[in-house]
Design a protein around this ligand. Sequence first.
Ligand SMILES: Nc1nc2c(ncn2[C@@H]2O[C@@H]3COP(=O)(O)O[C@H]4[C@@H](O)[C@H](n5cnc6c(=O)[nH]c(N)nc65)O[C@@H]4COP(=O)(O)O[C@H]3[C@H]2O)c(=O)[nH]1
Length: 899
Amino acid sequence: MNLDAKGLRALYDTLAAVNRALVRVTDERTLLTGLCRAVVERAGFRLAWVGRVEGGRITPDFRAAAEEAVLGYLDDLTIPLDPDLPAGRGPVATAAREGRAVVVNDCQASPIMAPWKRQAARYGLGAVASFPLYREGQVVAVLAVYAGKAGYFTEDLIEMLEDLACGISYALNHFAAERRRAAAEKKLEESEARYRQLFKGCGLAKLLVDPETATIVAANPKAYAFYHYPEKALVGRSLAIIDPEGAGRLPEIHRRVQDQGWTVRYARHRLGNGQIREVEIHHGLSGVADKPLLYKVVLDVSFQRCMARFIHLLAVETADKIGSDFFTTTVHLLGEELQVAYALVSRLDEGGKTATALAFYDRGRMEENFHYPLAGSPCEGASGPIYLRSGVKERYPTAAKWGVEGYAGVPLRGAGGRILGYLVVADTAPLQLEREEVLPLLELYALRAAAELRRIESAREIERLAFYDPLTGLPNRRFFCEQAARMLAAAARQQGWGALLFLDLDNFKVLNDARGHEAGDRLLIQVAGRLRSQLRQEDLVARLGGDEFVILLPALGGDETTAAQHAEAVAEKILDSLAVEFQAGGYTYRTSASIGVTLFAGEKSLEELLKQADAAMYRAKAAGRNAIRFYHPEMQRSVDARLELEKALRRALEQGDLELHYQPQHCAAGRLAGAEALLRWPHSQRDFVPPNAFIPVAEESGLILPLGRWVLETACRQISRWHREGLLAGIDHIAVNISPRQFHQPGFVAEVEAVLAASGAPPQKLMLELTEGILIEDVTDTIAKMEALRKAGVRFSIDDFGTGYSSLLYLKRLPLDELKIDRSFVSDLETDSNDRAIVETILAMARHLKLAVVAEGVETEFQRDFLQRHGCRFYQGWFYGKPLPAAEFRAHLRRRLSA
Ligand SMILES: Nc1nc2c(ncn2[C@@H]2O[C@@H]3COP(=O)(O)O[C@H]4[C@@H](O)[C@H](n5cnc6c(=O)[nH]c(N)nc65)O[C@@H]4COP(=O)(O)O[C@H]3[C@H]2O)c(=O)[nH]1
């Protein structure tokens, strides 16, 4: 039976209620299950089901039936959408495909129900209507409603069911929207959580800023830590408190972010503690708030920027600088850029106890080249970097003087890690820079500074090797010549007078030969020190080689006389300084020097001046050494003559032109007691070259060695012959002069012994006369030699006693037999009371030391008497007789015997 109007009304109400109830349902499953159930239970249908359109077919997903058994109709029911299949042309597939209600009021009669005809009959299903269910304009499911009777679906009913399907579609739409909204919300929540995570738990400082008002809306914990503000203290405040410039440029930044999505900016941010940091700010738009906000991710790039700038500055500013310029620029850069009170680069002095400030930055002022002690400074004993943020002045007394609170320093290293110096920055406030920031920077600068120090050291070394004498550290000949040429030119311009001094040590060769080169070297080093100490800064002293030194005094006055006086004063000062004993290697040495001086004014060649001073020096030597002589033009001739003399002397020795003369020595009673052998070089028929003229030349040239040997051999042969002839009876000795060089030659003792043996002369008759200079050169060696010869019977006399530096101490130690009072004291006895006093003293001393005394150069009776009165026992001089050729002296000996 079809529904009447009343029935329809009831059904309508029911469906409306269902509709209302269903649309309040919040999920799709409940809705569709409820729909099926309501249609069956409240509207009296026999079966209802809803199938989703999925994968080209429809299967019943939700169902309800008036009787449980009716549900059997749905078993294995799958309806394809394909219209080519018979099942695809049924009401459900057609409704789904064509999006319209399809009603079959007689299942048994309708051809489209053919596939299910039997089943419909079996489950008592007479009519069926299918309604598409839409979601967002798409058919997503089909509602199929079955009535028991054929012809059940009236138009009204169909309309109502269509309304119901419409309501369900609305609900499905709503669910979909809800689902989307929920999903969006969830997504948003997740994104917000992520954002919060990103914002808060981030290691970088972040700010949220309102671009319109420049107000800080939020800041993460890292931002508070970085900006040194208490938590929350930034929110609500203007960005200008940390970035005034950035606050002003926010609109522009905002625009740029809107255009390109992000922007990066570098700025200087002010922290809550007043410090300024360089930062890199990444800007973006915040997607969280309704209002457009700018987020700022802030990176502290102070260190990187600082490093980059410093590397750049170091490279650019110091590229063309070396030495002092480099160090000054470096500390200036450090002081200014690090904003510290002090910056210093120093070089350790020798010994490491003090350092020299190569450049010192003191609050903008620059100083250089002063020494300071390391003791009490943080660098003392430091082998690595030092970082003391604060409290320096409390701990280090040296730093306290400068009010240093914070200090950072690194060593400058040379080859093998040797510390050459330090690079230091210090401030009167605690250091603003962290250890990790300042030390790498200093180390970078230190590398460059150390390289510069090493370069300077090498340059110095190269210069030292090229221009300085390695032994004494004085300029060498090369340096002297270069420097002197410049000084001479300057002197010529200034029209002043100067002097060139040529200095040669006396007897240096003797010391060197006797004590070895080491002793000689030690003496030279000390001599160089004394020379330097006697000269002014502007004077130039150099070692030319051996024991030769040269001194240039550039500014001695406006006229020749003044210059000469000054030059002499300097030369005398030098001689005085050299007269003081030298101590070296446990020995005491004495030395003196001969100085030749030449004056200059106007344009003069250095070569010429050196020649002149050298010639003058030889005159000083000839004058008895320890002397100063000035050059004058005739001197050159005398130099040439000296060379000529040397040649001639050599020839005379080779050709046997030399002779020995013998000057008698008498005792007080007048008896002939001995003789002194004196060398004679016949010059012409009647004349001799005086020994004082050629002995020094022989000494200097080394000719003295063969010459001395010839004298010794000749004298010993004579002694031997006279001895054999019995002529030496009652004669104490024949004295032979021994020169210093001769005595100090290593084989001297053996030579004398060999000569004695070869000649057969009795050693007891041989007296060797030594000068005082010999004795003091090297006392130990001298004593050893004297003692060795004394054992053989040879005796010793000191010649020229009183003219040198003989001291009682030496005399006591030496195995001496005799003193000879120098002729210079004897000659003036009559007129000079000083000489009388000296002679008296010598005689008293000799008595005390039990030494025989021979007075030399006795010419008058007065002299003889005076000497005799004061205890002198032997006399030599013209008063008794001049030196005689060997034959004449032999005759004298014979006459004496026959008398
Ligand atoms: N005016 C004056 N002169 C007197 C008188 N009595 C002696 N004389 C001189 O005084 C010098 C004494 O010798 P000397 O002091 O050893 O001083 C010597 C000696 O140091 C050195 N000499 C001479 N012969 C030799 C030698 O064979 N070997 C070495 N190494 N030196 C020698 O030359 C120096 C000078 O020798 P001479 O010219 O021979 O001069 C000798 C002698 O001629 C006098 O009454 N009045």
